[in-house]
Design a binder for this molecule. Structure first.
Ligand SMILES: Cc1cc2nc3c(=O)[nH]c(=O)nc-3n(C[C@H](O)[C@H](O)[C@H](O)COP(=O)(O)OP(=O)(O)OC[C@H]3O[C@@H](n4cnc5c(N)ncnc54)[C@H](O)[C@@H]3O)c2cc1C
Length: 592
C-alpha cells in the first residue's frame, strides 16, 4: 500500500524564500502571507492523505464503467468530489464575479500539486473543468459567461476538451467534425471525438464540452476550425437543465493507467452548440485551454514522481538487504537497510533533486502567468510562452523516468501490483503523450517559440541567467558549486540556439533532428537556474542563523547533486544537436 504526505514545507520555502511572493508586487500576492498559505496547504494535504490518496488504488483497480450510456466512476469518487466542491477547492483561483475565491494562480498550482500527487485520475475531472472555465472566461460573451461559469466554478457542471478524432491527433487541420449554422444563431455539431478525458461521469449534473469543429463552407486545414460550447444536457432559457442534447458516449477506452478517469469516445449527433470566440479562430480560443493544460500536465509529471519518491524513501529505509561496503550500519539486524547503498542513494538523489527543482520551476511559471494576467506584464507572458513546452515535455519525460526509478528501488516488489508502485509508472506515462506528445512540444519549442517576437524571449532568458550569475559572483557559497555549472549549461544552450540559427533555414531537418535534445538541454538549464536560486535562499537562511539548519543544508546538498550529476547532461545534448541531421536521417525509410 502506498502513502502520501504533502510537501508543504518545501512549497512554503519556494513561495516565501525563493519567489518572495508577498514582496513581489503582484496584485493579490500580499494576501499570501506565510501563515495563510501554510494553513491552505496543510488543509489540502490533510484531504489528500485522508480522502484522495486512499481512492487512488480504488480508481486503479475498479476503473470506470459504461452502464446504459452513462459512465460510472469508481466507488467513493462521487462522495469525494462533492466534498471537494463543498470545501471550495474547485473555485480557489476562479473569478469572484462567478463565485470563485479569486486567489492567485500560484496558490492554486501549489494546491494542485498536492491533489495530483494523491490521485491524478480523480483530479483530472476538476482540472479539465478549470481549463474549460478559463477558455469561456477569456473568449465567451457576457451571456455565455453568466450561463456557464457559476456552475463550472462550483463544479456542479464539469468541462472537457474535444480535439482528437480517429484520423487526427497532432495534425488538427485534418479534423472533420461539422458545425451547421442554424437560423437562431446556434450550430448543429456532428462528428466523433476519441480519447476524451472525463468525457462523461456521474459526478456532476451536466458536462460542458468544448468542441473543435468546421463550420459549413469554412476553409480547409487549421484556418477553418472553430470552437463550440456543447452541453451534454441542453439548457432552457433560464439556465435550468432541459433535454439531452445529442451527445453520447460511444465507448470507454481500455488503457494503461489513470483508470479512475473516464477516457471516452464521444459522438455528437446534431448536438446544439454555440460559438466560443470568433468563427475560424477556434485554435486561438482552444490554446487558452491548452496552454493552461500543458503547464498542468508538466505538474502531473513531477507530482507523480513526488508520490513515487516518497514511497521509495520509506521502502529504502525499511527493506534490509546486504551490508554497507564501509561497514555494517545495522549490526544487530540480519542486514542493512537499502538506503545505505550508494546506488540506491544515487537513485533517491536523482528523484529528490528532480522533484524539488521541478516544483520551483512550475511555481515560478505559475507566478509568470499571474504577472501576465494581473499586471499585463508582456515580458512574463513571453517567457512563460517560451518555457511552456519545456515544462510540459521535460518535466513529464523526467517525471516518468523518476517513477520508474522509484519502482526500481522496490526490486521485484515494485513490479507486483500489491505495493502500488506500478500504478505510479502507468499513470505517469500518459503525461508524455496527451496535450501534444512530447516530440511535438520539442517541435513547438524549436520551430515556433525560439523565433517568437524575433527571438526576444529566448534572448531575455539568456540575459536573465547572465545577470543572475553576475549579480551573485561574490557569493562564495554559490560560485563553484552552482554558478560555474549554470554558466556552462547556459553556454551549451546558447551554442545549440546558434546552431539552429546557422543551419535551420538551409536544412530544417538539422534543427528538427535536435529538437528533442534541445527541449532537454533547456529543461536541465532552467532546473539548474532554479537550483541556484534555491541554494541562494538556503544559504541566506543559514547565514541568518535559522533554527531549521537541517532543511537548508539538505537543500544545498540536493542542489549540489543536481548541478554535479544532472546538469552535465547539457554537454551531451549539445553534442547530439551539433551532429546534425545526417546521423538521424541518413538511413532510407525502407531500410528500417
Ligand atoms: C488517456 C488519453 C487521454 C486523452 N485526453 C484527451 C482529451 O481530453 N481531449 C483530446 O482532444 N484528446 C485527448 N487525448 C488525445 C491526445 O492528446 C493525443 O493522443 C495526442 O495529442 C497525440 O495524437 P495521436 O494519438 O493521434 O498521435 P499522432 O498525432 O498520430 O502522433 C504519433 C506520434 O508521432 C509524433 N508526431 C506527429 N506529428 C509529428 C511531426 N510533425 N513531427 C514529428 N513527430 C510527429 C507524435 O509526437 C507522436 O509521438 C487523450 C489521449 C489519451 C491516450
Amino acid at each position: 500500500m502506498t502513502s502520501y504526505t504533502a510537501p508543504t514545507k518545501d512549497m512554503q520555502f519556494v513561495l516565501h524564500e525563493v519567489l518572495n511572493v508577498t514582496q513581489s508586487g503582484v496584485p493579490g500576492y500580499d494576501d499570501l502571507e506565510p501563515d495563510f498559505t501554510q494553513a491552505v496547504l496543510e488543509e489540502a494535504g490533510k484531504i489528500s492523505s485522508e480522502l484522495l490518496e486512499p481512492l487512488n488504488r480504488v480508481g486503479d483497480t475498479e476503473g470506470c464503467k459504461l452502464e446504459n450510456g452513462v459512465v460510472r466512476t469508481p466507488t467513493g469518487f462521487k462522495a469525494a468530489f462533492d466534498q471537494m466542491r463543498e470545501g471550495g477547492w474547485t473555485a480557489l483561483d476562479c473569478d469572484p464575479a462567478y463565485g470563485g475565491q479569486g486567489m492567485p494562480y500560484v496558490l492554486n498550482t501549489a494546491v494542485g500539486e498536492i491533489f495530483v500527487s494523491a490521485n491524478m485520475a480523480f483530479n483530472m475531472y476538476q482540472g479539465l473543468t478549470h481549463g474549460a472555465y478559463s477558455a469561456i472566461h477569456a473568449h465567451g460573451t457576457d451571456a455565455q459567461k453568466a450561463l456557464f461559469l457559476p456552475k463550472m466554478v462550483s463544479c456542479e457542471w464539469s468541462g472537457t476538451m474535444n480535439l482528437t478524432e480517429p484520423h487526427c491527433g497532432t495534425d488538427l487541420g485534418l479534423l472533420r467534425t461539422k458545425a451547421e449554422p442554424q437560423p437562431d444563431g446556434t450550430y448543429k455539431i456532428t462528428g466523433q471525438k476519441i480519447f476524451i478525458s472525463a468525457g462523461d461521469q456521474d459526478l456532476t449534473d451536466n458536462v460542458i464540452h468544448l468542441v473543435l469543429a468546421r463550420i459549413t463552407g469554412a476553409p480547409a486545414g487549421i484556418k477553418g476550425i472553430s470552437l463550440f460550447i456543447v452541453p451534454k444536457i441542453a439548457l432552457n432559457d433560464d439556465g435550468s437543465l432541459g433535454a439531452p442534447n445529442g451527445v453520447s458516449v460511444g465507448m470507454l477506452e481500455e488503457k494503461m493507467g489513470i483508470h479512475g478517469n473516464a477516457t471516452c469516445v464521444m459522438n455528437f449527433d446534431g448536438a446544439a452548440g454555440t460559438l466560443l470566440g470568433q468563427e475560424n479562430k477556434g485554435m486561438r480560443a482552444m490554446f487558452t485551454m491548452m496552454n493552461e493544460a500543458r503547464l498542468w500536465v508538466g505538474l502531473q509529471g513531477y507530482a507523480e514522481a513526488e508520490a513515487a519518491y516518497q514511497n521509495a524513501v520509506i521502502y529504502a529505509r525499511e527493506r534490509l538487504q546486504g551490508r554497507a561496503v564501509t561497514g555494517a550500519q545495522n549490526p544487530d539486524g540480519p542486514a542493512d537497510p537499502l538506503i545505505v547503498h550508494p546506488d540506491i542513494r544515487r537513485s533517491l538523489m536523482d528523484q529528490k533533486s528532480f522533484v524539488e527543482g521541478a516544483r520551483a520551476l512550475v511555481l515560478w511559471g505559475a507566478s509568470l502567468i499571474d504577472r501576465g494576467h494581473l499586471m499585463g506584464d508582456k515580458d512574463a507572458e513571453g517567457l512563460i510562452s517560451l518555457i511552456t513546452p519545456v515544462i510540459k515535455g521535460f518535466l513529464t519525460d523526467r517525471g516518468f523516468d523518476m517513477t520508474v526509478q522509484a519502482q526500481q528501488v522496490f526490486g521485484g516488489h515494485g513490479y507486483i501490483e500489491e505495493t502500488g508502485m506500478s500504478q505510479f509508472v502507468r499513470d505517469a506515462r500518459i503525461t508524455m503523450i496527451y496535450e501534444g506528445a512530447n516530440g511535438v512540444q520539442a517541435l513547438d519549442l524549436v520551430g515556433r517559440k525560439l523565433a517568437q517576437d524575433g527571438g526576444k524571449h529566448v534572448l531575455a532568458f539568456f540575459e536573465m541567467v547572465k545577470d543572475f550569475i553576475k549579480d551573485n559572483k561574490e557569493n562564495a557559497a554559490l560560485a563553484t558549486d552552482f554558478l560555474d555549472p549554470l554558466k556552462a549549461a547556459s553556454k551549451d544552450l546558447q551554442a545549440a540556439g546558434m546552431y539552429f540559427m546557422q543551419n535551420g533555414m538551409t536544412n530544417p531537418d538539422a534543427a528538427l533532428s535536435g529538437s528533442y535534445d534541445f527541449m532537454h538541454l533547456f529543461g536541465h538549464t532552467v532546473l539548474g537556474l532554479m537550483w541556484t536560486h534555491m541554494a541562494k535562499a538556503a544559504q541566506a537562511a543559514l547565514d541568518a542563523g535559522s533554527e531549521d539548519a537541517d532543511f537548508y543544508e539538505a537543500k544545498l546538498t540536493t542542489g549540489r547533486y543536481y548541478m554535479a550529476r544532472q546538469l552535465p547532461m547539457t554537454a551531451t545534448h549539445l553534442a547530439r544537436i551539433q551532429s546534425g541531421a545526417d546521423p538521424v536521417m541518413a538511413l532510407p525509410a525502407d531500410w528500417f
